[in-house]
Design a protein around this ligand. Structure first.
Ligand code: OSB
Ligand code: MG
Length: 393
């Protein structure tokens, strides 16, 4: 249960005899779009981007501010959500639901949001801001607040499709020399078997995985089987974004473990995937599954069933990354996450200090209250394209 830290003026107004209010009364929900240039273009089977429009969200409640991030992209390619749909859904539905009555817990907030279908990334953004605030109210780091057990988390890097094989090999060498514990290669038809063969030939012993972002169909079974000889940690999301059944058929034909990303949008979908044998590993992204409530439930389900999980990334700014670090500190996150250094994505991040990867390929989990970093408000202001504030009526 959450313990509110009231300021003296509030206590004077309410009277010392009043029971300590443990609920969060949201006075304002704020949204801010911030465009950050990427250090290099990021290409996947669904397209290429060279700037990231970051969607920051904050809530003001009980004299504190909590921060989150909506990970939706500008175009509906990874999922149907976009920055535009999330602005609409938060502005017109979720903000009102969050402010209509005081909120006592994450579960209560999630139950209110569950009455709206879909729009997981929008819901997650609000949940993130709440959890930052709940943790601050309790004077705990987010990691501590959710029951994290790791002081540092192992991390890997996700490398986009490059124009040449040489360019890719150089990047692989660079990130290995920086200590990253796992290399993930984006693949698609025409940039797959031979690319993986060459990386594996040069690095016989590294943790290596591939991510297809839905680029294949079941007709490609024989083609994908060719990946089995490279001792990959996993092949991530080879088939359609909403598929579980064909993935189960594919998994039955592959030695390599399938890891689902796009297909796992809730704890129920995670259970179905495990029951069907659609995958042997799961990548948890807080945004994709609708927030901490579902992310924690998927973690717990997989932990009970002995299924390894890892924390996925969405090219977040430092605010989303701070939340990812807290999540990845839970005991079930036994594989390196897509939680790279700030400098791997941006020339300048929105948090201080920036996220750094140590030479042993780990990132320290923040220990200060809440998300555990300061915000570079000046830089955020400088890069802002839009601000909206919704006040409680
Ligand atoms: O499929 O994991 C993915 C980035 C954007 C959208 C989807 C994905 C990714 C990544 C990058 O692979 C992960 C990261 O380092 O943030
Ligand atoms: Mg993926």
């Amino acid at each position: 249960m959450v313990r509110a830290m009231r300021n003296l003026q509030e206590i004077a107004e309410v009277g010392y005899a009043a029971p300590l209010d443990t609920r969060v009364t949201v006075e304002r929900v704020g949204m801010r779009l911030v465009r950050l240039p990427l250090t290099e273009a990021f290409e996947t089977s669904f397209g290429s981007i060279d700037t990231r429009l970051i969607f920051l969200i904050w809530i003001e409640a009980n004299g504190l501010t909590g921060w989150g991030e909506v990970v939706a992209a500008e175009e509906p390619r990874y999922s149907y959500e976009t920055i535009g749909t999330a602005l609409h859904v938060i502005r017109d539905y979720l903000a009102q639901a969050a402010m209509s009555n005081p909120v006592a817990s994450l579960e209560e907030l999630a139950a209110r949001f569950a009455t709206f279908k879909g729009h997981n990334m929008a819901k997650a953004g609000v949940e993130l801001a709440f959890m930052d605030l709940f943790a601050r109210m309790n004077d705990k780091s987010l990691s501590e607040f959710i029951g994290g057990t790791r002081a540092k988390v192992p991390v890997g890097v996700s490398l986009g499709i490059q124009t040449t094989l040489d360019a890719l090999l150089q990047r692989v060498d660079k990130f290995l020399s920086l200590g990253y514990q796992r290399i993930k290669l984006k693949i698609m038809p025409g940039w797959d078997i031979e690319v993986v063969r060459e990386v594996r030939r040069r690095h016989p012993n590294i943790l290596l995985s591939v991510d297809a972002n839905t680029a294949y169909t079941l007709a490609d079974v024989e083609h994908l089987k060719a990946l089995d000889e490279f001792d990959l940690l996993m092949i991530e999301q080879p088939l359609d974004h909403d598929d579980l059944v064909d993935h189960a058929k594919l998994q039955a034909n592959l030695k390599t473990s399938i890891c689902l990303d796009e297909s796992i949008t809730s704890v129920r979908r995670a259970r179905h995937a495990l029951d069907l044998g659609s995958c042997r590993l799961i990548n948890i992204k807080i945004g994709r599954v609708g927030g901490y409530s579902q992310a924690l439930a998927i973690h717990d389900l997989c932990y009970k069933r002995g299924i390894p999980v890892w924390c996925g990334g969405m090219l977040e700014s430092g605010i989303g990354r701070a939340h990812n670090l807290a999540l990845a500190s839970l005991p079930g996150f036994s594989l390196p996450g897509d939680i790279s250094a700030s400098s791997r994505y941006f020339h300048h991040d929105v948090i201080v200090p920036e996220v750094e990867v140590a030479s042993d390929g780990t990132v320290d989990v923040p220990v200060r209250p809440g998300l555990g970093f300061d915000l570079d408000l000046e830089y955020i202001e400088k890069c802002t394209e839009l601000v909206e504030r919704i006040d409680r009526v």
